[in-house]
Design a protein around this ligand. Structure first.
Ligand SMILES: Cc1ncc(COP(=O)(O)O)c(C=O)c1O
Length: 380
């Protein structure tokens, strides 16, 4: 066989695969069981009415097992449009402004393909969700970064940001666990108008916001729909990460480009998944509130144990400043607690760590105890 094509050679090290490898090595070396706060996988599945809708549809008739409509069922697009209207105050045309994707991880790659010319530029926040660089590599895009400022609530300085074909933003932020600071979405629209770039807002955690905050869509910002889209995921709001279903919503031209890729590279999404997504979007929402309450409770356990700063306004993470001289590596090797090292999300994450709250209460308590001990013993 010939050599791998450049587009695969360009792919960066996959951060989470590397982290999992390190954790497996540490587990093999023996010692007390590890407390794993490194992963971000919903710990509770979807509510029963959602799995029941999946089963009912799958058991219904042969037709749902064939190819489903390539660009998705109208009913599914109406359900997400209803969600945007009722919860985020945004009116969408379900046919022109909604595309179905098999999860936002796929959307991250497809939007880079759809927006950035080979050799063009993708602008990413630093720190950022690591898979953004994978999308850039596959699209042949160069990456520029705009640092997020910890003293400004992890907002990007978009006035000083370079031009690019596209800018990815993500609030509530993984890993910084903040909601969009005031003015950030407006600054993103200004940046796009000034540079003729497109904005992609990754809203994977949109509903997981704490302390009485209300979920906020980028698309509610004046001018946003003219310049950008939002990626919306079923994974975190409803514990459906394994199901692989999400949406790209907003700017009709960008939605059309995603649908075009869909026409060529995929064939719709399994109909029972779509029916279950509709049940999740339109059915009782208490499971979302229960999730938020559980993450808040665990965030409070971590915040009470550590001297701070412990940032966690949303997502299912806490973003924690490590004391000088203490590294994630030491936490793993000496204190047997797994955290995601901040520098893996970009240089501005240096000295920080991301802790997962998507674990059971017992794990968070044990993890907080070990971290407290490690922080107390760190050199002053
Ligand atoms: C910021 C962010 N975006 C996107 C994703 C991918 O989510 P999914 O592909 O399940 O929709 C994740 C998953 O962890 C994430 O944290």
């Amino acid at each position: 066989m010939r050599a791998r094509p450049q587009r695969l050679e360009r792919l960066p090290e996959q951060y989470f695969v590397t982290l999992l490898g390190r954790v497996a090595e540490a587990a093999k070396r023996g010692g007390p069981p590890l407390v794993d706060l490194g992963r971000g996988n919903p710990e509770v599945g979807p509510p029963v009415h959602v799995t029941a809708a999946l089963a009912a549809s799958a058991g219904g008739g042969a037709e749902v097992h064939g190819y489903s409509p390539i660009r998705g069922l109208a009913r599914t697009k109406e359900a997400i449009a209803g969600r945007y209207r009722n919860v985020y105050g945004v009116d969408l045309d379900p046919e022109r402004e909604v595309a179905l994707i098999p999860g936002t991880k796929t959307g991250i790659v497809e939007l880079a393909l759809a927006l950035v010319e080979d050799g063009g530029t993708l602008l990413l926040p630093d720190p950022h969700y690591p898979d953004y660089t994978s999308g850039a590599a596959l699209a042949g895009a160069r990456i520029e970064t705009v640092p997020l400022d910890p003293d400004a609530g992890w907002a990007p300085d978009l006035d000083a940001a370079p031009a690019a074909e596209a800018l990815y933003l993500n609030y509530p932020s993984n890993p910084c666990a903040v909601c969009a600071p005031a003015g950030t979405f407006e600054a993103a629209v200004d940046w796009a108008e000034r540079t003729d770039g497109a904005v992609v807002h990754d809203a994977a955690y949109i509903d997981l916001v704490f302390d009485g905050r209300r979920p906020r869509s980028f698309l509610a910002t004046p001018g946003a729909r003219e310049v950008g889209v939002e990626m919306w995921s079923m994974s975190k709001s409803y514990g459906m990460a394994g199901w692989r279903i999400g949406f790209v919503v907003g700017n009709a031209e960008i939605v059309e480009r995603i649908n075009l890729l869909n026409d060529h590279a995929r064939v719709g999404i399994f109909e029972p998944l779509q029916r279950a997504a509709v049940a999740a979007l339109e059915g009782p929402q208490d499971s979302v509130a229960d999730r938020v309450a559980a993450y808040e409770r665990r965030r409070d356990v971590v915040a009470a144990a550590l001297p701070g700063p412990v940032v966690s306004e949303g997502t299912f993470f806490a973003w924690v400043r490590l004391p000088d001289g203490l590294t994630a590596e030491e936490l793993l090797e000496e204190h047997r607690v797994v955290v995601a090292p901040g520098e893996g999300f970009g240089p501005s994450g240096m000295g920080w760590a991301r802790l997962s709250l998507a674990v059971d209460d017992e794990t968070i308590e044990l993890g907080a105890e070990r971290l407290q001990h490690a922080f107390a013993g760190a050199p002053a």
